[in-house]
Design a protein around this ligand. Structure first.
Ligand code: G3I
Length: 347
């Protein structure tokens, strides 16, 4: 309750400072963000593109889409010699029809891999497989997928290289090979390293920094870092200034920043005070992005609370997105409109 009241007091104070000017009622968050040079995006599945209210919402509210699962190995490359582009093509076509950019997700990961992909295939065979997969996907969508999450979550929660089929089967250089293959297949796509829980510093963020510094120093073509930012009310979203500190030590390496998978889960059932805290968390992420010139895109990991990975993977948690189960904008969405309208950022 008191957290909710303090949020309102803070908001009122900011309204006062800004001269009480509110954004026009019909201005979308994406339009206000665009006026600050920022793009808003969401993860989607192919079934979101086939018509109906979800399709309308995605087309109306977002500039960028990321296939949530459609480009992962188990879906797009289920057998050694079989690719299935059905869902990925559907999403890329939809994005083009609606003037949206696509973030490709993800070329190399430890999860959602098909069972035929095994470390005991050996280094030479696995490198061939990796080259073929990356070349096939990035080549197919050349000029159409603007940014790729090339390597996802290669560092574990203790700051060590994660033990994956790639590390075990190829060795540490699988990471640089993935980036090199991707650059070769589409020299115009921006190539990202993507990871979670790196927005608050600590050993994992340090290890990611060391990895990317090493890659950049050897001219491995990595252009940016994706901050997933799966957060939890009230604990897991750092203060804006702390996020900015992290962003800046990565932009100092010459990297672009994108927020790639933002959501802010709540223990269900959520109440009004928690939804206000959630709005604060969303605002912090947006203000951090506005504070750093090289942060230009914020993608949420889904759009309505009715359809989110959180419920399935963390039973008892949910309500983490910008729109409620009836597709109505939540206070987090309204707060974003104010943040972008007033351009709230750190000097
Ligand atoms: O496609 C199968 C379907 O055939 C089957 O009937 C069904 C039965 O459970 O499972 C379906 O696959 C599920 C898939 O999502 C598609 O819905 C998998 O079980 C399920 O594990 C998978 O979860 C995805 C998860 O990545 C996999 O680890 C989530 O939707 C997706 O949101 C999540 O996304 C990840 C990012 O890629 C990387 N960062 C973290 C983020 C959240 O975990």
């Amino acid at each position: 309750m008191w957290r909710g009241v303090s949020s309102i007091v803070l908001l009122t104070a900011v309204v006062g400072l800004a001269g009480c000017e509110l954004p026009p009622d019909d201005a979308l968050a994406r339009e206000l963000a665009a006026s600050r040079g920022r793009s808003l995006g969401t993860a989607i599945e192919a079934y979101h593109t086939t018509g109906g209210p979800d399709t309308d919402l995605v087309a109306r509210e977002f500039d960028v889409v990321t296939p949530e699962n459609a480009m992962k190995w188990a879906v797009i490359h289920p057998q050694r010699d079989v690719y299935d582009f059905t869902d990925a093509d559907t999403i890329v076509d939809f994005a083009e029809t609606n003037g949206q950019r696509v973030r490709g997700h993800t070329l190399v990961w430890h999860s959602q891999n098909p069972s035929w992909l095994r470390a005991d295939l050996g280094r030479a065979e696995l490198l061939d497989i990796l080259r073929e997969h990356v070349t096939t996907l990035v080549g197919r969508y050349r000029g159409r997928v603007e940014a790729w999450d090339v390597v996802n979550e290669a560092i574990d929660d203790t700051g060590q290289l994660r033990n994956t089929v790639w590390l075990e089967g190829i060795g540490t250089d699988y990471i640089e090979w993935a980036f090199r293959f991707a650059r070769e297949a589409d020299p115009t796509a921006r190539l990202f390293y993507n990871d979670y829980l790196i927005e608050r510093g600590g050993p994992k963020a340090d290890a990611v920094h060391a990895l990317l510094a090493d890659l950049r120093s050897r001219d491995v073509p990595v252009d940016g870092i994706g901050y997933q930012m799966h957060a939890l009310v009230p604990a897991l979203m750092p203060a804006t200034k702390d996020i900015v500190t992290e962003f800046e030590r990565f932009t100092a390496l010459g990297l672009d920043i994108e927020i790639t998978e933002l959501d802010v889960a709540i223990i269900l059932p959520s109440d009004e005070s928690e939804l206000l805290d959630q709005a604060d968390a969303y605002a912090r992420a947006a203000m951090a992005c506005l504070s750093v010139d090289r942060c230009r895109t914020i993608v949420t990991w889904g759009f309505t609370d009715a359809d989110s990975w959180i419920d399935a993977h963390f039973p008892g948690f949910g309500d983490g997105l910008l729109f409620d189960r009836n597709r109505q904008p939540k206070v987090a969405y309204l707060r974003w409109r104010l943040v972008f309208w007033w351009n709230l950022h750190l000097e």
